[in-house]
Design a protein around this ligand. Sequence first.
Ligand SMILES: Nc1ncnc2c1ncn2[C@@H]1O[C@H](COP(=O)(O)OP(=O)(O)OP(=O)(O)O)[C@@H](O)[C@H]1O
Length: 376
Amino acid sequence: MYLKTLHLRQFRNYLDQQVDFSAPKTILVGANAQGKSNLLEAVELLATLRSHRVSRDRDLVQEGATTAQITAVLEREPGCIDLALRLRSSGRRTISLNQQTLGRHLDFLGTLNAVQFSCLDLELVRGSPERRRTWLDMLLVQLEPIYAHILQQYNQILRQRNALLKGLLATSASSDFPPDTPSELGFWDAQLATAGARVIRRRARVIERLAPLAHTWHQQISGSTETLEVRYLPNVGQEDDDPESVQQAFLAKLQQRAIAEQHQGITLVGPHRDEVELIINQTPARQYGSQGQQRTLVLALKLAELNLIEAIVGETPLLLLDDVLAELDPHRQNQLLSTIQDRFQTLITTTHLSSFDNGWLDSSQILTVQAGQIHS
Ligand SMILES: Nc1ncnc2c1ncn2[C@@H]1O[C@H](COP(=O)(O)OP(=O)(O)OP(=O)(O)O)[C@@H](O)[C@H]1O
């Protein structure tokens, strides 16, 4: 797929900016805080309807304005698609494809696919399990837009079950008698197990496909001196892909942890407690990995994501490289360059063109970003 144009209105520090992408690789160069990352963030929003930097739309809308708009023209089979996302400080969004307003986010997701790689991605290795779950979820949303709905359902059920457990805890604290387990809890257990099993099975499947790709990339980049394993550690163990047996395992674990849950007033079982383990040479990368090893690992994961999206969606996703190239040594830079070639449309931000070799510079469109304005 190929992003032909992007138009930003009152988005972050862009008042009204149109960008035409004229080459498979675009380098956005500018000093700090000029709007380079903001532009990539706009593309990320079109791909996932989320920003990895902020959670409130108020932060995305230009200061002093109440709405922002991101529009784009994307070339993909069978033809060009117009995408539009209108954000409001109030949080309400309007999305449309080819000028048709859509009621459901999942009808918009999956139109534009992108893999983002920024220095924040090192948090994939170093950060909390939540960081890895979010990464996995955003990949799944792109591969299978219905997953956005599945995840939302699970989170909603989780919130309701937590509220019930909290209420029960408060009642038991103010009474001498422990409350009976209400039938309402049984109802939420069943709901949680059904929705949770859908999340678990999808996460397991995507890791199963991603892990060998990441392993191969990692071997190539590290010169076969190290082995990377990516392992899914679901909070509710799943032996196979059968929905029924995952649900049964879920309910059994809920029963096992029932007393602890009632004591703590919170749900202790389910995919909101999943982990994705990243292991180099049988040791967790988080504890043992040097900066360089962690970068290699994240690069391998990102290249694996590119391949996986291409294999499943049938088109090449965009690659968004936010200020990471300069941090890679020449070997890893070349590894990336030879993978991308001109097959993956790539948007790259940098503060200095000097970190690129001539191969990159000759084959790229170079745009200068200054105070929310873009010049060629
Ligand atoms: N909602 C907003 N309204 C107006 N300006 C904003 C808004 N959000 C961010 N900005 C401005 O955008 C700029 C930051 O842009 P961005 O994060 O894209 O930096 P960058 O060019 O990628 O720089 P760096 O190299 O430091 O990453 C800052 O000047 C900030 O004040």
